[in-house]
Design a protein around this ligand. Structure first.
Ligand SMILES: [Cu+2]
Length: 345
């Protein structure tokens, strides 16, 4: 393994080789770098080696061992249903967001020096209703300049880009972004400091849900931010997932109820890869691109999303059981972007 990395074998070449020998599934363990790029990961090296040996030829899905969610300070299971509606003060809906540097574990034993909003990746899922006045109080507690750029319709000075309005917010500085919640739909927010790809890829992004005035039908609502991590700084990702942790929903399936409407807010926050996708097994869903219309555009089982693209999926599971979902970009699935729904009742 060490020799492979020192020869700078790309994960893509390695994947090709692994697939050719019929050993593609455990490939995550073969490609995770462990040369201490994030400072002293000999423990990570040992962990990766253990996984690699455990998986050789097993055809097992996922990783051996578990990520320590408590140490990370966030849990992919909790992020699924954690919608943050902030606090309404004097008719304005407000949130406080702090940018912080934080080391997180993205796959068992694989640490990543992330930049976070409020200590988590993705950042808090901000939720408002169409037409409300919103204020986001941003403090930069990180060691680099950052911003928050919101998707939506607003004045230039509230757009969170360098050189306009408050521009870059330096370490220790603060600003407030104020705008109206429009249009309704599923949007995102992210840092817009340069170099842009790095500031996003480090973890400074989150989902921004604006509910239509009349609301949507009651449902079990889930947030899925598709993301990835470039753990060796070669501008390609080695680890993929939904809500950050590789194979999180393989290890702990998402529990839903048979016959109940499930609404998935799906965001593609991936950098360094042009497209990502979502495919669910043994079922189909209504698809609302960007969530900006109340009628679905498609009835399908797979959607492809470019960088920054997002959409709302609605489905019901007619049968109890375990149903896989994953990126239909198979390479991403094998590197962590897969999971199960566990349907009960
Ligand atoms: Cu930034």
């Amino acid at each position: 393994m060490r020799r492979l990395w020192e020869n700078k074998v790309s994960r893509r070449k390695l994947l090709g080789g692994a697939a050719a020998t019929g050993a593609a599934l455990p490939v995550l363990h073969e490609v995770i770098p462990h040369r201490g790029v994030h400072g002293g990961t000999s423990a990570a090296h040992a962990a990766v080696e253990r996984h690699r040996m455990a998986h050789r030829g097993s055809g097992h899905l996922g990783a051996v061992g578990r990520v320590d969610n408590r140490r990370n300070g966030f849990d992919p299971q909790a992020i699924l249903r954690d919608f943050d509606t902030g606090t309404v003060r004097n008719g304005v809906r407000e949130w406080d967001i702090v940018a912080e540097d934080r080391e997180i574990e993205v796959a068992p034993g694989v640490k990543y020096a992330a930049w976070t909003y409020n200590g988590r990746v993705p950042g808090p899922t901000l939720r408002a209703r169409e037409g409300e006045r919103l204020r986001v109080n941003f403090t930069n507690g990180s060691s680099h300049p950052h911003t928050i750029h919101f998707h939506g319709i607003h004045r230039d000075v509230m757009d969170g880009v360098p050189g306009v309005g408050a521009g870059n917010i330096g370490p220790g500085e603060s600003t407030s972004y104020e705008f109206d919640a429009t249009p309704f739909g599923l949007h995102l927010y992210h840092c817009h400091s340069t170099p842009l790809a790095e500031h996003i890829a480090k973890g400074l992004y989150g989902a921004f849900v604006i509910d239509p005035r009349e609301g949507r039908p009651a449902a079990d609502e889930l947030l899925m931010v598709m993301n990835g991590f470039d753990t060796n700084f070669d501008r390609s990702n080695e680890v993929y997932g939904v809500n950050t942790v590789a194979f999180a929903y393989i290890n702990e399936p998402i529990r839903v109820r048979r016959g109940e409407l499930v609404r998935i807010y799906l965001v593609n926050a991936l950098e360094f890869d042009f497209v990502n996708s979502f495919h669910v097994h043994a079922n189909f869903f209504d698809y609302y691109p960007t969530g900006t219309k109340l009628e679905p555009r498609d009835f399908t089982d797979t959607v492809i999303l470019g960088q920054g693209e997002r959409g709302i999926l609605e489905l019901r599971f007619p049968y109890a059981g375990k149903y896989m979902f994953h990126a239909h970009v198979s390479e991403f699935a094998e590197l962590g972007w897969m999971g199960f729904f566990e349907v009960t009742g």
